[in-house]
Write a protein that binds this ligand. Structure first.
Ligand code: ATP
Length: 319
């Protein structure tokens, strides 16, 4: 391998820039050339790529987002589109690819690898929903962002004796919600992994009110329910002012926290190490504080982390 490509794909996450930097610097230090591919698989298909030097990633470790851009490009599921993408890389002399993204992006990387073009996936998503790794790049930054937002909500909820519902990202993974709820002392949490009964939640809130609680904060993972409808329902039942706040894309931005920078740097360098060893079609993870790699297929289908039931048990004791 002499020349590698790197791209970011799917939803962005803080630390993607640090990961690109890790890939670029490690590759250059091992005597490889690196091409940055713009806007994920879309740019790969459209042949938009450029050589990256060491200095092209200067100052990037602190920056949120991804300077290469990211995109959703569903057409990449078509074989002809992927073959064109591989042709573009070959025409530019690229002989391996690092893909930073979520599990959808991993699927693209797996399929390219199956065509004999080596790819390595790095887990870039705030959702922490990828198998084969304990943590994803961006998760800890998003966690900090959510906790800071909930701290602010707590101040005003307390002043106004209000119930606040906060919608947190994570798709079908409650990790971000659960960790943020514990870290910010939320009263309750609604998670995708646990069946949700709104009347039980109302009962819990009522119990708190009866015990003289001035406010309550409920962290709710996106997609479980309509948080605005839920707020109306709770207000009707408890007669307490109830407001919903959707944190939205705020959670995806911001300068990465130190842990994400370290994780991204280590994973970026590890991807190069793996490619040079001839590993392909694998994704990088961190498990029990050690860098690991698994077949992409296996990571997606078999290595999903189980729900952290012990976290929830602890949280319930602390409500
Ligand atoms: P996030 O976790 O932020 O949603 P993701 O990588 O899972 O990130 P997706 O939109 O699912 O985000 O996937 C990103 C891109 O990967 C898609 O737009 C598409 O180009 C490519 N992709 C997704 N699924 C496949 C697939 N089955 N085959 C080929 N390419 C795919």
């Amino acid at each position: 391998i002499k020349k590698i490509g790197v791209l970011t794909s799917g939803g962005d996450s803080p630390g993607m820039n640090a990961a690109i930097r890790g890939v670029v610097r490690a590759a250059i230090s091992d005597g490889l050339e690196v091409f940055g591919i713009y806007d994920g698989y879309l740019g790969l298909y459209e042949n938009r790529m450029k050589k990256l030097n060491r200095s092209d990633v200067s100052d990037m470790i602190t920056r949120g987002g991804t300077f290469l851009g990211s995109a959703r490009f569903p057409q990449f599921k078509e074989e002809a589109v992927r073959l064109q993408a591989i042709e573009n890389m070959k025409a530019n002399g690229i002989d391996a690819l690092v893909v930073i993204g979520g599990d959808g992006s991993y699927m693209g990387a797996k399929l390219i690898s199956e065509k004999g073009f080596p790819c390595i996936g790095l887990p870039g998503t705030i959702d922490n929903d990828i198998g084969g790794t304990d943590y994803t790049i961006g998760y800890f930054t998003a966690l900090q962002t959510v906790v800071e937002a909930i701290d602010r909500l707590r101040d005003t909820s307390s002043s106004h004796q209000r119930i606040s519902l906060v919608e947190v990202m994570g798709r079908y993974c409650g990790d971000l919600t659960m960790a943020a709820a514990i870290a910010s002392g939320c009263e309750f949490m609604v998670l995708p992994e646990i069946p949700f009964n709104k009347d039980e939640l109302v009962q819990e809130l009522q119990r708190g009110i009866d015990h003289g609680k001035k406010h309550a904060i409920v962290a709710v993972t996106e997609k479980v329910c309509d948080i605005y409808e839920l707020a109306k329902y709770i207000e009707e039942k408890t007669k307490r002012e109830t407001r919903a706040t959707v944190l939205g894309h705020i959670q995806r931005g911001g300068s990465p926290v130190a842990y994400d920078r370290v994780l991204a740097s280590r994973m970026g360098a590890f991807a190069i190490e793996l490619l040079l060893k001839g590993v392909a079609g694998h994704c990088v993870g961190i498990q029990r504080d050690e860098l690991v790699h698994h077949e992409i297929e296996e990571a997606i289908t078999k290595l999903k982390r189980p729900f952290k039931a012990d976290w929830l048990k602890t949280a319930e004791k602390l409500y």
